[in-house]
Write a protein of this length. Structure first.
Length: 248
C-alpha cells in the first residue's frame, strides 16, 4: 500500500490516508508526526514515513489534534513499539485514554443516513477501524504553553468544540496551520469544496466549534493543512471566516 504524500513546504508533508490526513514535519533526520489516521491506515502511516526518508524510530513525538479514531489510530502502536511520546491538550488526555468517548454514534449516523455520502463514509469508517477500541495507555499533556520542542516547533492552539481538547497546530514562521477537524476543506459527507466545518453530527459542541473559527481567524499564514480535504492556500483569516459564514 502506498500513501499519497505531498510536500507542501520545506520539511512539511501532507499525507492523504483513507478519508483522513496526517502531517509529517521533518528537521534533519528527526520527524514529528501529527495525527495517525484510522487503525486500518497503519501501513500507510509507516509507508509515508519511509517516503519522506524517515522511519518510525525517527519520530520524536506523535502530536494528536484530537482523540477520534480516525486521528488516533496508530498512536498507541508507535508509543508501545518505539517508545514515541504521544502528546495532546490536557483536556484531551483522558479522551485518548478512553475514560470517555466523544465521537459520532451509530444513532447519529442513522439519523443522518439520508444525507449524501453518509452511508458510504460510515461503511468505510467501520472497515478502517472507526469503532475499534484504540486507547493510548500513557498519553501526555503538552508540557508548557508556546512552541513545542519537536521538529517544526508547532504551537498548539486550543480550538474546542469538535472535542473538548481539540487543538490546531500553528507554524508561525512557515505560515502554516495544521487545522485538524476544527476547519477542513472537504469530507466524504460534504458536497461543497473549500473551508468549512464538518457536519453537525461530528461535533461534541457545535457552538464552540463555530466560536473556535474566530481563534483561527487571528492566526497569520497562507497554508492550511486540514484533517480532511486537500491543502488550502490563501489567508488563514479568510478561510476561517468563510467556514463561519457557511456554518451560520
Amino acid at each position: 500500500m502506498r500513501a499519497e504524500v505531498q510536500q507542501v513546504a520545506d520539511g512539511t508533508y501532507l499525507v492523504h490516508g483513507s478519508n483522513t490526513n496526517w502531517v509529517i514535519l521533518a528537521e534533519g533526520d528527526a520527524l514529528t508526526l501529527v495525527d495517525t489516521g484510522y487503525p486500518g491506515d497503519r501501513e500507510l502511516v509507516l509507508d509515508s514515513l519511509t517516503q519522506v526518508g524517515g522511519s518510525p524510530e525517527a519520530v520524536t513525538a506523535v502530536l494528536i489534534t484530537h482523540a477520534h479514531n480516525d486521528h488516533l489510530g496508530s498512536a498507541e502502536h508507535l508509543r508501545a513499539a518505539y517508545g514515541t511520546p504521544v502528546l495532546l491538550h490536557e483536556a484531551e488526555v483522558p479522551h485518548a485514554r478512553r475514560e470517555f468517548l466523544h465521537q459520532v454514534t451509530v444513532g447519529d449516523v442513522l439519523r443522518n443516513g439520508w444525507r449524501p455520502g453518509v452511508v458510504p463514509w460510515a461503511l468505510h469508517a467501520i472497515r478502517s477501524g472507526g469503532k475499534t477500541h484504540v486507547p493510548v495507555t500513557a498519553p501526555e499533556a503538552f508540557p508548557k504553553p508556546g512552541p513545542l520542542d519537536v521538529p517544526g516547533r508547532p504551537v498548539p492552539v486550543h480550538t474546542p468544540g469538535h472535542t473538548d481538547g481539540h487543538v490546531a497546530f500553528h507554524l508561525p514562521e512557515a505560515g502554516v496551520l495544521i487545522s485538524g477537524d476544527a476547519l477542513v476543506s472537504g469530507h466524504a459527507t460534504s458536497r461543497i469544496e473549500g473551508p468549512q466545518l464538518l457536519l453537525d453530527m461530528f461535533h461534541h459542541e457545535r457552538a464552540r466549534a463555530v466560536a473556535s473559527l474566530d481563534v483561527l481567524a487571528e492566526l497569520d499564514g497562507e497554508l492550511m493543512l486540514p484533517g480532511h480535504g486537500p491543502a488550502y492556500r490563501g489567508p488563514l483569516r479568510e478561510a476561517a471566516l468563510q467556514a463561519k459564514d457557511r456554518a451560520l
